[in-house]
Design a protein around this ligand. Structure first.
Ligand SMILES: [Fe+2]
Ligand SMILES: [Fe+2]
Length: 289
């Protein structure tokens, strides 16, 4: 992270957005695609795969929003925030990343590749995939936003193309705010559902172990299929995965990840100090292996 960049993780939690007042923090028009230094980025397979996978997952958000809206039916101001702020921001992430990919790799048929990805991905996104209570689902959503925040921060650190750096930082900032909104809602349901720490840990654990596979692997596989489409001996997915994530791993903001993972446990300062080290080691194993 560059020092000049403000870290929104330390901002106070924003007030929930009132219905009918969508306020996106930035617009796609703020991104100057013409300024992209293509020569710098076009030869980088790792950047293609990481940006392309992210564009697929972000663009599939509307499917997940429908499931979440159904699950939180009756919680009107949260539903309004999901519909009017969260979903438009996630879709804007998808749109901006897609435009970036199409600008740098114009021969890539994004739509066709996305269709193939989406057919497989949508089968995974069903109501059955949600946690057994709203409070626990909100813990899971916090973990997803932790995953995206740290993904874009690491991606920001490994790319040296200025437009992509700016874009990934803007997205990363949105993901932190998403985390905070889900977290604030979690606190409310935690009280009403009387959730104990054990239940929170179980929800954390389930979601963290899923973060490592499923969505990201499907997206990566579809991006890699195009990248090596003319190659009679394409590399194995796990080799591609290892190579791509090795670089990310070195820049991965593990301390930030740990802070975001343990926040829903609401440990007192003494417990937190005690738990941070072993949790950090555990998080390293879960997230970085
Ligand atoms: Fe996003
Ligand atoms: Fe998000």
């Amino acid at each position: 992270m560059s020092d000049s960049m403000h870290d929104p993780m330390h901002d106070p939690i924003p007030a929930p957005t009132p219905p009918g007042s969508t306020r996106l923090r930035w617009s796609f028009d703020d991104i100057d695609l013409q300024a992209i230094e293509r020569d710098v980025v076009a030869p980088r397979d790792d950047i293609f795969l990481l940006v392309c996978s992210a564009s697929f997952i972000e663009s599939g958000t509307d499917l997940y929003t429908r499931n979440l809206l159904a699950y939180f039916d009756g919680d009107d101001d949260f539903g309004a925030w999901l519909r009017e702020q969260w979903e438009p921001e996630e879709l804007q992430h998808g749109h901006a990343l897609r435009s970036y990919v199409e600008h740098v790799w114009p021969e890539f048929a994004w739509n066709d590749a996305f269709d193939a990805f989406f057919t497989e991905y949508s089968a995974l996104c069903t109501l059955d995939e949600l946690e057994p209570s709203r409070g626990r689902e909100l813990v899971a959503r916090c973990m997803v936003e932790m995953g995206t925040t740290t993904y874009y921060q690491a991606l920001n650190a490994i790319c040296d193309e200025p437009v992509l750096r700016e874009l990934t930082w803007r997205i990363r900032t949105d993901e932190v705010q998403h985390y905070k909104n889900f977290y604030q809602r979690f606190l409310r349901y935690r009280r009403s559902e009387g959730l104990g720490r054990g239940q929170v840990i179980a929800a954390l654990w389930r979601r963290l172990s899923e973060l490592r596979r499923s969505d990201a692997d499907i997206a990566l596989r579809h991006a890699a299929a195009w990248r090596w489409r003319d190659d009679p001996m394409p590399p194995a997915l796990q080799d591609v995965r290892r190579q791509v994530f090795d670089r990310m791993r070195r820049q991965y903001p593990i301390d930030l990840a740990v802070r975001m993972i343990i926040k829903p446990l609401q440990l007192g300062p003494r417990w937190q100090r005690w738990a941070e080290r072993p949790l950090s080691a555990l998080a390293r194993r879960v997230l970085l292996n």
